[in-house]
Design a protein around this ligand. Structure first.
Ligand SMILES: NC(=O)c1ccc[n+]([C@@H]2O[C@H](COP(=O)([O-])OP(=O)(O)OC[C@H]3O[C@@H](n4cnc5c(N)ncnc54)[C@H](OP(=O)(O)O)[C@@H]3O)[C@@H](O)[C@H]2O)c1
Length: 270
C-alpha cells in the first residue's frame, strides 16, 4: 500500500468512506462491518471517513473499531446551522465513535463554515482534534473553498474527483499542492454508478499488464494516479471489496495513455 501525506498524517492512498455503507444497527450487519474493519487492517488501510449526517455510521464505526482505535485515523463532519447546535453535534460525534480524539474534523458542504471553524480551532488548540477540513461537492462551491484554503484556517479539503468529474483539476488541486493542503477524494466510483450501472462490460485487456483486474480498480487507480490527491475513500458494505479496492493503492502511477483509456471507456459505457 502506498502512503501519502494528508496534512501531517501518513495515510494509505485508499481509505474507507461510510456514507450509506455503515448506516446499520442490527447485529448481523454490524458483524459484517466488523469484517470490513478487519480487512482494512489486513490490507494496510488506515483511514476512515464518516459524518454526523450519515445516520448510524459513526456509531457503527465506533462499535467495529473497538480495541483497534489506534490502527486508524478517523475523520468526520459537522453539518448544522449555529454555534451551539454545532458544538452539540460535534460532541455527539466523539460519543458515537467512543473516542476522545478525532484526527480530522470537517465542515460538511460549507454549512455555517465560519461558525464551525471557530469551534474546531478551539478544539484543535485543546488537543481534541488533530486537523480541520472542509468538504464541498458542487462546482459553484469551489471559489469559496479556495478562499478558505487561502485563509490558512484549514489543513484538508474533501471534494469529488473521478474519471468524469475533473473540474477540481483547474483550481482546487493545484492550489492545495501550492499551499500544502491535503486532498481527500469522495465519490471515486460516483456512488458505485461507474462500476454497477454501465451499459456493458468494460474491456480490461489494455489494463491487465498494469495489474488491474476489475473496473473498480481501474477507476480508483485513475484517481490516485494524480499525485495532487492525498487519499480517496471509496465506501463499501461488502468485506470482499476491501482487498479488491486496496490493490489500486499498490500499483504505482497509471501511465497517462491508460488514464485516457479508462476515461474514454467509462464515457462510452455511461
Ligand atoms: N459532501 C461530502 O462531504 C461527501 C459527499 C459524498 C461522499 N462523501 C464521502 O466520500 C465517500 C465515498 O463516496 P460515496 O460513498 O458517495 O461513493 P463511492 O465511494 O464512489 O461509491 C460507493 C459505492 O460503490 C460501491 N463499490 C465500492 N467498491 C466497489 C467495487 N470494488 N466494485 C463495485 N462496487 C463498489 C459500493 O457498493 P457496495 O456496498 O455494494 O460495495 C458503494 O455503493 C463517502 O462514503 C463519504 O465518506 C462525502
Amino acid at each position: 500500500m502506498e502512503y501519502r501525506k494528508l496534512g501531517n498524517l501518513d495515510v494509505s492512498v485508499i481509505g474507507l468512506g461510510t456514507l450509506r455503507a455503515f448506516d446499520v444497527t442490527d447485529e448481523a450487519d454490524l458483524a459484517q462491518r466488523g469484517q470490513i474493519i478487519d480487512n482494512l487492517l489486513a490490507n494496510d488501510i488506515n483511514f476512515i471517513d464518516s459524518a454526523a449526517m450519515y445516520g448510524a455510521a459513526e456509531a457503527a464505526v465506533g462499535a467495529t473499531i473497538k480495541g483497534k482505535r489506534d490502527k486508524f485515523y478517523l475523520a468526520t463532519k459537522v453539518r448544522i446551522e449555529g454555534k451551539e447546535p454545532g458544538e452539540q453535534q460535534i460532541a455527539r460525534s466523539f460519543a458515537n465513535f467512543g473516542v476522545d480524539y478525532i484526527d480530522i474534523f470537517q465542515v460538511h458542504n460549507l454549512i455555517d463554515t465560519q461558525t464551525h471553524l471557530a469551534t474546531l480551532e478551539r478544539l484543535k488548540e485543546e488537543g481534541k482534534i488533530g486537523m480541520i477540513g472542509v468538504t464541498a461537492m458542487v462546482n459553484e462551491a469551489y471559489p469559496e473553498v479556495m478562499d478558505i484554503m487561502c485563509s490558512g484556517r484549514i489543513d484538508t479539503v474533501q471534494i469529488p474527483y473521478n474519471v468524469v468529474q475533473t473540474e477540481v483539476e483547474e483550481g482546487v488541486l493545484p492550489l492545495a499542492e501550492e499551499l500544502g493542503i491535503g486532498i481527500m477524494v469522495m465519490e471515486p466510483l460516483k456512488k458505485g454508478r461507474y462500476v454497477k450501472e454501465l451499459k456493458g462490460e468494460p474491456d480490461l485487456a489494455p489494463l491487465k499488464e498494469f495489474g488491474i483486474k476489475t473496473w473498480a480498480q481501474a477507476l480508483l487507480s485513475w484517481v490516485v494516479s494524480n499525485p495532487q490527491v492525498s487519499i480517496t475513500i471509496p465506501a463499501t458494505s461488502r468485506p470482499e471489496r476491501i482487498q479488491e479496492n486496496a490493490l489500486a493503492g499498490n500499483l504505482g502511477t497509471m501511465p497517462q495513455e491508460l488514464r485516457d483509456y479508462v476515461r474514454e471507456e467509462t464515457l462510452r459505457l455511461l
